[in-house]
Design a protein around this ligand. Structure first.
Ligand code: NAP
Length: 243
């Protein structure tokens, strides 16, 4: 699980799951580019918690310029070894009421952003002849979820991207995997009603929601040499919810 001397980017590393991942990678020795969209103070707090070993970088991964800026920040630190595509958004609605904008915004950020970051990482990792990419998807991308057609489709797209890229890049020693959380206690689910949460707990064999700290060690494992022969996998970290 050692990442000493390695440089990592965590998109959306300022809060929630991304924050826990950034801290786990940093504590394992990596220098971490902590990306955020709006909340600079939160991103800087993560860097501070890592003793300043990293950099908070504002960038909207839903845009080409944002992705370029983020990759350039890793270049300045000396290259890119680990990329965690974690930033994601929701804009829930039933399909009959979903607007084009709600569909497109979620696809551009979750799927488009992950695609552009992966593409940008390729040349950089090929130069180093190694690399690990971990895409944060969702159980919703494997099973669908009412009210989340855009979100589920965006995560399913990333699962397809993950498997394809693993096949394209295996011979170059670049591994690409995905982690699929179920329900995780973060700001993203702050608007979900108590009734829905109570119903969700009933179908989770472990009978509790995840904390971000339940997800981060699995990402650290996939980033580290301990998973040197693991690629193209989607690992559900969901308390058994998808079984
Ligand atoms: P969160 O608490 O809402 O945090 C989102 C993070 O992404 C923040 O750091 C935010 O930055 C950043 N972000 C949002 N839009 C961005 C953009 N366009 N460009 C760059 N950064 C952006 O989310 P979370 O619950 O930790 O979710 C993290 C990932 O896990 C997402 O991909 C989500 O789909 C997935 N996931 C979550 C759950 C869950 O139950 N929470 C379940 C399954 C999968 P700011 O702080 O600056 O806004």
């Amino acid at each position: 699980m050692e990442l000493e001397g390695q440089i990592a980017i965590v998109t959306g590393g300022s809060r929630g799951i991304g924050r826990a991942i950034a801290l786990a990678l940093g504590r394992a020795g990596a220098t971490v580019v902590v990306n955020y969209a709006r909340n600079e103070a939160a991103a800087q707090a993560v860097v501070d918690e890592l003793g300043g070993k990293g950099k908070a970088v504002q960038a909207d991964i839903g845009t080409a310029e944002g992705c370029e800026a983020l990759l350039a920040a890793a270049d300045e630190l000396g290259g890119l070894d680990v990329l965690v595509n974690n930033a994601g958004i929701t804009a829930d609605n039933l399909v009959v009421r979903m607007t084009d904008d709600e569909w497109q915004r979620v696809m551009d950020t979750n799927a488009g952003g992950t695609f552009r970051m992966c593409r940008g990482a390729m040349n950089r990792m090929m130069r180093k002849r190694k690399g690990s990419i971990i895409n944060i998807v969702s159980v919703a991308g494997m099973r669908g979820n009412p009210g989340q057609a855009n979100y589920s489709a965006s995560k399913a797209a990333v699962i397809g991207l993950t498997r394809t890229l693993a096949k394209e890049m295996g011979k170059r020693n670049i591994r690409v995997n995905a982690v699929a959380p179920g329900f995780v206690q973060t700001d993203m689910i702050a608007g979900v009603s108590d009734t829905v949460i109570a119903e969700a707990k009933k179908v989770i064999p472990m009978r509790r929601l995840a904390q971000p700290e339940d997800i981060a060690p699995v990402v650290l494992f996939l980033a580290s040499p301990g998973s040197a022969y693991v690629t193209g996998q989607v690992i559900a970290v969901d308390g058994g919810m998808s079984v």
